[in-house]
Design a protein around this ligand. Structure first.
Ligand code: MRU
Length: 363
């Protein structure tokens, strides 16, 4: 299948003009109605964009986290208290959303660059009287700018590797009958190009597989309450030229019962050391159904989503979001629960596809 990946926008980009950096983001709150970009040089506005889901998806918010530290470094570079103010900003940025570990990963990448730059020369101090000073605040900010550029480029490379490992799995699945048969794939939420700098994780597997003629159709859950599936997944698959059908969240069981799903592929926001995976609310239900119907259930995510310091899914913090996302007009006497994620236990996961290869956590 000939894909039109060039029709997909770059989710996050960085620019430097006259010594002032800007982050340019696809405003995902405005899709699919209009493709518009947010531009900001203020780290607080970038944090707001993460909180309001203008930029969302674990890998994309990982890059946004590092980018926000970079914007803060430029802001504080010329005043007093650079190290203290930057450390405070980094803490606030890392706390913008709790579940996707990539956000902390991105902020930590930035922290590493800052401490290396600021302490450069300290190791020489012991052997030499001539102390070589660490980088200045402005030099540190420039180093963070380079980090942001690198993370954006690296993310696409990683996703393309995830795609090719995942396509190898689907090749096997498509060839498991007498003839090679293009597959029907079910996905939930948006783990596509829009959830990353470019290309996507779960949808990266779809794109790599579709290019080999292995995909018949993608069924995309609408993914209540914020409808990332209905607004984002179907839009980006249509842009790329992949056949896609939008369905209500509660249709999956009947589609599986009719034998119309060959594989489920989703992304993840945090994977614990034992393979339990947090992803958009509703993923667990799909995994239970896939297990019942004997359908492979794949999780596609970069290594930066694997958090070995979290032992199992029970330790993954789950974000509670505003009840207005579920019930915009409150009804007196009605309580609303709106957890954004659930955790799929590793034993329901057929394989986790990363850039480094495929892990079968239940084996
Ligand atoms: O709340 P979001 O939209 O940031 O959630 C993202 C997801 O849960 C996606 O399903 C995705 O799988 C994880 S990021 C590729």
């Amino acid at each position: 299948m000939e894909l039109a990946l060039n029709n997909l926008p770059r989710t996050i980009a960085v620019e430097l003009e006259g010594g002032v950096p800007s982050i340019v983001l696809v405003d995902q709150c405005r899709l699919p109605g209009e493709l518009v970009y947010l531009r900001t040089s203020d780290w607080r506005e970038l944090v707001d964009a993460v909180k309001t889901l203008a930029v969302r998806g674990a890998p994309a918010i990982g890059v946004a986290g590092a980018a926000a530290v970079m914007l803060a470094a430029f802001e504080y570079a010329d005043g007093d208290g650079f190290d203290r103010l930057l450390a405070e900003a980094a803490r606030a940025i890392a706390a913008a959303r709790p579940t996707a570990v990539n956000l902390v990963w991105g902020v930590n990448k930035a922290r590493e660059v800052v401490s290396e730059a600021r302490q450069a020369g300290a190791s020489l101090q012991a052997d030499s009287n001539a102390r070589q000073a660490g980088a200045s605040p402005r030099e540190t900010a420039v180093a963070l700018y380079r980090l942001t550029e690198d993370l954006i480029a690296e993310d696409e490379t990683v996703n393309r590797r995830i795609g090719s490992h995942g396509a190898a799995l689907l090749r096997g699945l498509a060839a498991s009958g007498e003839h090679v048969r293009p597959l029907n794939i079910l996905t939930h939420c948006n783990a596509g190009s829009l959830a990353t700098a470019f290309y996507g994780t779960a949808l990266g597997v779809v794109y790599a597989s579709a290019q080999e003629g292995l995909v018949n159709r993608v069924y995309a859950d609408e993914t209540r309450p914020v409808n990332q599936g209905a607004r984002l997944t179907v839009w980006e698959l249509a842009q790329a030229g992949v056949p896609v059908t939008l369905q209500c969240d509660n249709m999956a069981a009947s589609l599986m019962e009719k034998g119309q799903v060959d594989a489920v592929i989703v992304g993840a926001d945090r994977i614990a050391a034992n393979g339990d995976a947090a992803n958009k609310i509703g993923t667990l239900g799909l995994a239970v159904l896939a297990n019942f119907y004997g359908i492979p259930f794949y999780v596609a995510a970069p290594m930066s989503t694997i958090d070995c310091s979290t032992k199992s899914g029970a330790d993954i913090p789950i974000e509670d979001r505003d009840r207005a996302e579920v019930l915009p007009d409150p009804i007196p006497g009605v309580e609303v629960r709106n957890p954004a994620f659930d955790v799929t236990p590793y034993r329901l996961i057929t394989a986790i596809v990363t850039e480094e290869g495929v892990w079968e956590p239940a084996r």
